[in-house]
Design a protein. Sequence first.
Length: 280
Amino acid sequence: MANFPELKGKVALITGAGRRKGLGEAMAIRLAAEGCKVIITDIAHAKGDEIPASAIGLQSEMDAVAADIRATGGECFALALDVLEEAQVKAIVDATIKRFGGLDILVNNAGIGYLMKPITELSITEWDAVLGVNLRGAFLCTKYAADHMIKQGRGGRIVNIASQAAKSGFPFAAAYCASKHGLVGLTRVSAIEFGKHGITANAICPNHVTTGLGAWQNEYFSEALGLTMEQYMNAMKSRIPVGRPGLPNDTAAACAWLCSDQATYVNGESMNVSGGEEYH
Ligand SMILES: NC(=O)c1ccc[n+]([C@@H]2O[C@H](COP(=O)([O-])OP(=O)(O)OC[C@H]3O[C@@H](n4cnc5c(N)ncnc54)[C@H](O)[C@@H]3O)[C@@H](O)[C@H]2O)c1
């Protein structure tokens, strides 16, 4: 589906996009279908107790996502990137520019949404891990990508994948909510600082999507609330005016539109993609 011809040939870098059924994968597929040259990145290896192999996109999975996109005619490459590591972020931005001659779109999608506990039980290590990936990582990628976009002088797009948890509080999700509220702040400052260069910065705030991370959250919250999975999912659906949880393609469509020329004057927004569940 190519709706925005102006995106053809644009170079898009997406973080945390190496997992099947993830929002990053869906955005990579969509931007590639729009004709973008897409670089998908992901941490690709487990890192301590806070970033276990079961919760991340490993190199093999990321390579498979990229291969699928290429098989449908898209231009896509996969590179390992731990967004916590400043030297890696800088190297990936440099490598992207060297390989593709520029960088037009950054999607800050990497996120940890599984270290959930009551505040009184959350360790500082867990807090730091969530704030690190969700906020420090987005800051580092924004810093190096925007610096290049400003120098190259052809505008650009920054899309931050925040969350409904950037607008509302959820129990046991202090670090996640704080990080996503913080990402909205980073988005607003990015919009102000980069707008004069033709670079817009916006956040997307999806509600629940049953990705790998979303499936983990379903298990956790249904158990915490003493509900069966069916009861939990039915309660969720009943809260959402359109009657279903989000799909990866809902976020991907919003992302493509924000990257298009249709959204040139949309800057500093935190756009709900939630079927009407979140509206402020
Ligand atoms: N699924 C939902 O319900 C939902 C709702 C709102 C927002 N989000 C946000 O969407 C984004 C994508 O999540 P998803 O649901 O597609 O889950 P996902 O698990 O598919 O994606 C998260 C990705 O982040 C990567 N990651 C973790 N630590 C990293 C690091 N240090 N460096 C680089 N990558 C790292 C993981 O490997 C994984 O691929 C996240 O920011 C999440 O908070 C998800």
